[in-house]
Write a protein that binds this ligand. Sequence first.
Ligand SMILES: CC(C)(COP(=O)(O)OP(=O)(O)OC[C@H]1O[C@@H](n2cnc3c(N)ncnc32)[C@H](O)[C@@H]1OP(=O)(O)O)[C@@H](O)C(=O)NCCC(=O)NCCS
Length: 294
Amino acid sequence: MIINPLLKKADWYTKGAASGDIRPYVFVRPENKIQNPGSRHHSDWFPMEPIYLNPLEIENLEFAEQIYYIEGRAFGPANMAMPRWVFYDCAIIPGFVAGFAMRTSALPANIRQVMRVKDSQEWTPLSLFIIIPTMAKGQWAAHNLCAINSLLPENERLYGLGFLSKAFGLWYANVESCIGFTQWGSPALKLHTHYGHMQIVTAYTPVHSHANTVTYRVEVETPVWEKFFTRQPDLQFLEKYRPAGFEVDPKDEKTMIALHKMVQNHQGPFYLSAADIASKKLTDPLVVYQSKIG
Ligand SMILES: CC(C)(COP(=O)(O)OP(=O)(O)OC[C@H]1O[C@@H](n2cnc3c(N)ncnc32)[C@H](O)[C@@H]1OP(=O)(O)O)[C@@H](O)C(=O)NCCC(=O)NCCS
């Protein structure tokens, strides 16, 4: 199977798709299965049939354990590992769980070293993306994203694994509008800004367990995804938005509170730029943008 050459930097994916050793998985209870998957957004990135597993079947418990294993190690250092009941109550029952998996017999030694592996299982998960439908029309909440990359040394990572996991979920579940949350300074911002233009919903979030959480919303647009790989300038973004004249410093809570107050006072909407974030270190201040009109 040939994958769009635009994705060649993600060679684990293009090669794994060709050999049949990498496939997306969908871990969703039968009643939550997506009708007409992949019919809303135009993309040829995911031509292979996903592996479907029902999380309510006891035979699939080990797959869930392996998801917990990656998640616990990815989020444990930030003290945000997902309790089992959260996965069940907030993801499996109301939502949609997906990611990429590798055929267990094809797992390289370095992944075996950091992962919980059972050779009796045909597939081993490599990543996790969870989305939950919200009461706002057409809007889903991105609840969790993690990849085995966060357990591997930098030079052994599967480039684009986290990015493609979220792209697959948004595409497969026909997500129109996606609200999500992460912490200022998180590497995840490098990914989240590439699914559509990122509007800031909260810049300071003391109601969350981490007050330095940024809540964002994107209207999903596949042309923006491509720029994750091509690094071409997003001309539409540049046509629509201009720098608002201030920045958010991930090291300075005062800048988050100041921006948040402006959002609350309806002085926005404000946006973050994927190109700006891509050019910065995680701890650098980020430019805030606003619409050129109005
Ligand atoms: C955040 C996370 C999902 C990213 O997934 P990933 O598979 O590592 O990232 P991808 O390969 O898709 O993306 C690569 C880009 O992210 C950047 N990146 C990933 N991890 C990074 C890190 N720790 N520090 C700096 N940049 C990082 C890469 O440099 C690359 O950017 P570039 O193309 O400009 O070089 C993953 O690191 C993870 O699971 N982290 C722990 C859990 C977490 O924080 N999840 C996000 C919650 S919102």
